[in-house]
Ligand binder design. Structure first.
Ligand code: GLU
Length: 469
C-alpha cells in the first residue's frame, strides 16, 4: 500500500539541455509526472543549463517538444538555473556566514599535488582540508592576488544513509566525500550545489532520476542538511539497455524520443511502453495514462536494468493505433501520403480506409503506405492480369459488372452477390477475388475484397471493371 505523503507531493524533471530528450529522460519525466498526478501534486520542469559549453537553446526546445508530444504537462516552470544565479550566490554567502562553507585558496596545482600524494598512499584522493576552518586552527596566510573557491564543509565522520525507493537503503561514509567546491573563483556555483538549492526552493518532495546520479545524492543530502532544508525521498532508476544488454545507443535504433513520431509511433504507445520499462502492475501490459496515474506508486519500480525491446513497442503501437480515432490517424498519415502522390479528391473516405487498414499495421507510416492503394490509379501488372483474368473468369467478371448497378452497396450484400456470381460460373472465391483486386487496386494483397470494394464505392468499381470487359 502506498501511504499518502504528509506534505503535498512535488516532483520535478530536471534535464540538462545538451542533446535531445532520450528515452531514459522521458521515462524519468513520465514517472515523476505520474507520481505527482497520482497524488494531485505538482510537477515542476527545471532546465539545468549551467554547463554553458554543452547547453543549447535547440536542446531546450527538443526537451519541451518531446514532453509536449508525450503530453507530460508541467505545472510549474520551466525554471532555468542560469536565471537563478543571484539566488545561488545568496545561499553561498549565507553558508559562509554560518560557517557551513569556507573560502579555499589552494591553487588547482596544490589540489592536484595533494590528490597525487593521497593516491600514492593508497587513499581516496580528496581535498586535505588546508583551508578548512576548525576550532583552534590557524589558517595559512591568504596568497596575494589569488581568488578563492568556496568549499562545502562536509561532515568529517558518520554516514549518509537514505532509503532509496528503487534501490533500498544506501549508506555512504562521509570519509568518502570531499569538501565539495560549491562556487568557483569567479563565483559561479557548481552542479550539486545548484541542484540542492533548487530542490529546496522548489519544495521538491520526491526526486526520481537516473542511477548515474547515485553518487551525487550523499553530497546533495549533506548540503540540504547544512542549509536546513527538508530531505526529499530519492529514487534512482536503473539504466535502459539495448536488446543485447549493452547501454542503449544509436545502434539499437532511435534513442531520441522525437524520432518516434517521425517513424509513426503514437505517444500513448510510447508512454505505455516506458511505463512498463521499470515498473509493473501485476501482468498488466496495456493501459492508458489515466490508468497508469491511478496505479503508479513507488513500490513496484524495478531495481534491475530494463532492456529496450522494439518488437514490444511495435506491438503496443499496433494496439494503440487500433484504438485511435480514425480522423486523428488521418491527420497523422496525410503528409506522408501526399508526399507519396496520394490523390484525395474523389477518392474514398480516408477515415473509412484507415479503419479497414489499421488492423495489421505497427506504425502510422506503415498505415499510410498501406492506405495508398485507395488513393492512386491502379496499374495492374499485365502478366499478373493475364494469369488471373483467364477466359474461365471473364464471364464471371462480366456478370459481376452487370450486378454492380443494382446491388445494395454494403459489405454483406457485395459478398453475397460475389457468391452468386461464383456459383453461376462454378468458380471459387480466389478466382474472382484476385483479378478483382488487380483491376480495382493494382495489387494482389489487400484486405477482404468485399470490404475493399465497398470502400472504393460503386462508381469507381464500375469504372475500373469496365476497362477489362
Ligand atoms: N540534470 C541532470 C541530468 O540531466 C538531472 C539531475 C537530477 O535529476 O537531479 O541528468
Amino acid at each position: 500500500m502506498t501511504t499518502t505523503p504528509a506534505t503535498p507531493v512535488r516532483t520535478r524533471f530536471a534535464p540538462s539541455p545538451t542533446g535531445f530528450l532520450h528515452l531514459g529522460g522521458a521515462r524519468t519525466a513520465l514517472y515523476s509526472w505520474a507520481f505527482a498526478r497520482h497524488f494531485g501534486g505538482t510537477f515542476v520542469l527545471r532546465i539545468e543549463d549551467t554547463d554553458l559549453e554543452r547547453s543549447t537553446p535547440e536542446a531546450v526546445q527538443a526537451i519541451i517538444d518531446g514532453m509536449q508530444w508525450l503530453g507530460l504537462d508541467h505545472d510549474e516552470g520551466p525554471f532555468y538555473q542560469m536565471q537563478r544565479m543571484d539566488r545561488y550566490r545568496e545561499v553561498v554567502a549565507q553558508m559562509l556566514k554560518e560557517g557551513t562553507a569556507y573560502l579555499c585558496y589552494s591553487s588547482p596545482e596544490e589540489v592536484e599535488a595533494m590528490r597525487e600524494r593521497m593516491r600514492a598512499a593508497g587513499e581516496k584522493p580528496r581535498y586535505d582540508g588546508t583551508w578548512r576552518p576548525e576550532e583552534g586552527k590557524t589558517l595559512p596566510p591568504v596568497p596575494a592576488g589569488r581568488k578563492p573557491v568556496v568549499r562545502f564543509k562536509n561532515p568529517l565522520d558518520g554516514d549518509v544513509t537514505w532509503n532509496d525507493v528503487v534501490k533500498g537503503t544506501i549508506t555512504i561514509s562521509n570519509r568518502e566525500l570531499d569538501d565539495l567546491v560549491i562556487a568557483r573563483p569567479d563565483g559561479t556555483p557548481t552542479y550539486n550545489f545548484c541542484v540542492a538549492v533548487d530542490d529546496w526552493d522548489m519544495k521538491i518532495t520526491h526526486v526520481l532520476r537516473g542511477d548515474d546520479h547515485v553518487n551525487n545524492t550523499p553530497r546533495q543530502i549533506n548540503i540540504l542538511r547544512a542549509i536546513g532544508a527538508p530531505l526529499p525521498e530519492y529514487g534512482h532508476l536503473p539504466m535502459i539497455l539495448g536488446s543485447d544488454g549493452q547501454k542503449l545507443s544509436k545502434r539499437h535504433g532511435a534513442v531520441s524520443v522525437m524520432e518516434y513520431p517521425a517513424q509513426g509511433f503514437l505517444p500513448e504507445a510510447m508512454l505505455n511502453y516506458l511505463a512498463r520499462l521499470g515498473w509493473s502492475h501485476g501482468d498488466d501490459e496495456v493501459f492508458s495514462m489515466a490508468q497508469f496515474c491511478e496505479w503508479f506508486n513507488l513500490e513496484h519500480l524495478t531495481a534491475s536494468a530494463a532492456q529496450f525491446n522494439n518488437e514490444k513497442l511495435a506491438w503496443l503501437n499496433n494496439h494503440w493505433i487500433k484504438q485511435a480515432d480514425n480522423a486523428r490517424l488521418g491527420e497523422l498519415v496525410k503528409p506522408r501520403m501526399l508526399e507519396a502522390g496520394a490523390v484525395f479528391d474523389g477518392a474514398p473516405d480516408l477515415a473509412a480506409v484507415l479503419g479497414l487498414m489499421k488492423e495489421r499495421t505497427n506504425t502510422t507510416n506503415e498505415l499510410a503506405d498501406a492506405a495508398m492503394l485507395f488513393f492512386r490509379e491502379p496499374q495492374p501488372d499485365a502478366a499478373l492480369l493475364a494469369q488471373h483474368l483467364t477466359d474461365a473468369v471473364k464471364p464471371a467478371l462480366a456478370l459481376f459488372a452487370e450486378r454492380i448497378a443494382s446491388v445494395e452497396w454494403s459489405k454483406e450484400a457485395i459478398a453475397a452477390m460475389l457468391k452468386e456470381v461464383l456459383a453461376a460460373n462454378s468458380l471459387k472465391m480466389p478466382q474472382i477475388a484476385m483479378p478483382l483486386r488487380l483491376i480495382v487496386t493494382g495489387q494482389l494483397q489487400t484486405p477482404a475484397i468485399d470490404a475493399v470494394l465497398q470502400i472504393f464505392g460503386r462508381a469507381t468499381v464500375a469504372a475500373r471493371v469496365a476497362k477489362y470487359l
